[in-house]
Design a protein around this ligand. Structure first.
Ligand code: NAP
Ligand code: FER
Length: 339
C-alpha cells in the first residue's frame, strides 16, 4: 500500500498534527509515458502554510482530503518514459506520499556524485535558488556592500549570507537561538549575528551593527525585525522581500509602523519575488551553486526527521517554530540498488 498525508482540517494559528491524516491507498502504477516514483526524502517548507489556507494566493490551495503538496527526492522504480531509467534519482512534486507517478514534467535528475541527493531539496534546490536569485538578481548585490539577513540559520537565509560573503560583503544575520547564532558566525562566516529573541529595539540594534547603514536587506521573516530595518537602509538600499514567516501563523494581522517616509529619503527599493520567476535560469545557477559547494565556499546543514511519512506533520510544525538548522527534511526510505 501507499501511505499519504492528507489535509484533515484548515489550521487556525500554528498547524496541529490533527490537521493532517495518514491514509493508505493502492500504490499507483505508471502508464505509457510515466514513471513510478518512490519517495526517499520529503521536503517541508514554510510556503506550505499558505497553501493550506482557504484563500488562494499565488498558487492553488490544498483542499480538505487532498494529499499535501510538496517537493520530494525520489527514486524511479519503474519507467515507461524514455528520458528516465529505473534507479534514477529525481526531484519531483508528488506531495507527502511514499509512492507517486509522474509524466516527467518538472522532474529534475540528481547526480549523487556532485553532492548527497538530499541537497536537491535544499542548498542545490528550491531554497538555494531562492537565496541566489533573491540576493543577486532582485537585490542586485554589489561587491563590498553591507547585507542584513533575517531567518539567517534556515535553508534560504544560511545560503544568502554565504553568497554575500563570496561577494566580499559584510554580512549580519539574525535567528532565534544562540546555537543558530554560533553556527552562522563560527561555521558559515557571517561577520556578526544576534538572537532576535534577546532584543526588543531592532532599529537601535541595527544602528549599532550598521553605523553606515544597510545596502541590502534579505527578508525571510517580516514583522518587527523588518520594521527596524527601514530607518537603517542606505541611500539606494534594497529590501528584498522573500518571506514573512513571522506572519504566517497569526490569527489576526499584525499592524506595523508606517515606514515609507524612509523609502523617500533613502531613495530605496522594496521588491518581492518568487523563486519560480527565475525558472529559466535555475539550471545555470545550480551549476554555479554546485561549484561553490564543491569548493567548500557554501556549507550546509540539514535537519532530518526520521521515522517515515507519519513524521511529516510534526516536522513541518517544528520547522515553523524554529526547530531546524538549515533545511528541514523527512527521511522516508533509503536509496535502493536498482541497476
Ligand atoms: P527556514 O528558514 O529553514 O525555516 C523557517 C525558520 O523561520 C525557522 O527555523 C525559524 O527560525 C524562523 N521563524 C519562525 N517563526 C519566526 C518568527 N516569528 N520570527 C522570526 N523567525 C521565525 O525556511 P526556508 O525554507 O529557508 O524559508 C525562509 C523564508 O523564505 C520563509 O519566509 C519562506 O516563506 C521564504 N521563501 C520564499 C521563497 C520565494 O520564492 N519567495 C522561496 C522559498 C522560501 P528561528 O529559530 O530563527 O526563529
Ligand atoms: C515556488 C514559488 C515560491 C515555490 C515555492 C515558493 C515550491 C515559496 C514561497 C514562499 O515560501 O513564500 O514556485 O516552489
Amino acid at each position: 500500500m501507499n501511505r499519504q498525508i492528507t489535509l484533515a482540517s484548515r489550521p487556525i494559528g500554528y498547524p496541529k498534527e490533527s490537521d493532517f491524516r495518514l491514509v493508505e491507498t493502492p500504490i499507483p502504477t505508471p502508464e505509457t509515458g510515466q514513471v513510478q516514483l518512490k519517495t526517499l526524502y520529503l521536503s517541508v517548507d514554510p510556503y506550505m502554510r499558505g497553501r493550506i489556507n482557504a484563500a488562494k494566493s499565488y498558487a492553488a490551495t490544498v483542499e480538505i482530503g487532498e494529499v499535501m503538496i510538496g517537493g520530494v527526492i525520489a527514486q524511479v522504480i519503474e519507467s515507461k518514459h524514455s528520458d528516465f531509467q529505473v534507479g534514477d534519482i529525481v526531484n519531483a512534486h508528488i506531495g507527502w506520499q511514499e509512492y507517486g507517478v509522474s509524466n516527467g514534467d518538472g522532474l529534475r535528475k540528481m547526480d549523487a556524485a556532485i553532492a548527497p541527493i538530499s541537497t536537491g531539496a535544499g542548498i542545490l534546490g528550491m531554497p538555494g535558488l531562492t537565496a541566489y536569485f533573491g540576493l543577486l538578481e532582485v537585490g542586485k548585490l554589489q561587491d563590498g556592500e553591507t547585507v542584513f539577513v533575517s531567518g539567517a540559520a534556515g535553508a534560504v537565509g544560511s545560503v544568502v549570507g554565504q553568497i554575500a560573503k563570496i561577494k566580499g560583503c559584510r554580512v549580519v544575520g539574525t535567528a532565534g537561538t544562540d546555537e543558530k547564532i554560533a553556527y552562522i558566525v563560527d561555521e558559515l562566516g557571517f561577520d556578526a549575528a544576534f538572537n532576535y529573541k534577546n532584543v526588543t529595539d531592532y532599529q537601535a540594534k541595527l544602528e549599532g551593527l550598521f553605523p553606515d547603514g544597510i545596502d541590502v536587506y534579505f527578508d525571510n521573516v517580516g514583522g518587527r525585525i523588518t520594521d527596524g530595518v527601514f530607518p537603517n537602509l542606505r541611500v539606494k538600499g534594497r529590501a528584498v522581500i522573500c518571506g514573512q514567516i513571522s506572519q504566517y501563523n497569526l490569527e489576526k494581522p499584525e499592524m506595523g509602523p508606517r515606514f515609507l517616509w524612509n523609502m523617500i529619503t533613502k531613495r530605496a527599493r522594496i521588491e518581492g519575488f518568487l523563486v519560480s520567476d527565475f525558472a529559466g535560469q535555475h539550471a545555470e545557477a545550480l551549476v554555479q551553486m554546485a561549484e561553490w559547494v564543491r569548493q567548500g565556499k557554501l556549507k550546509y546543514r540539514e535537519t532530518i526527521a526520521e521515522g517515515g511519512i507519519e513524521k511529516a506533520p510534526a516536522a513541518f510544525i517544528s520547522m515553523l517554530k524554529g526547530g531546524n538548522i538549515g533545511k528541514q527534511l523527512v527521511k522516508i526510505a533509503d536509496i535502493a540498488e536498482l541497476r
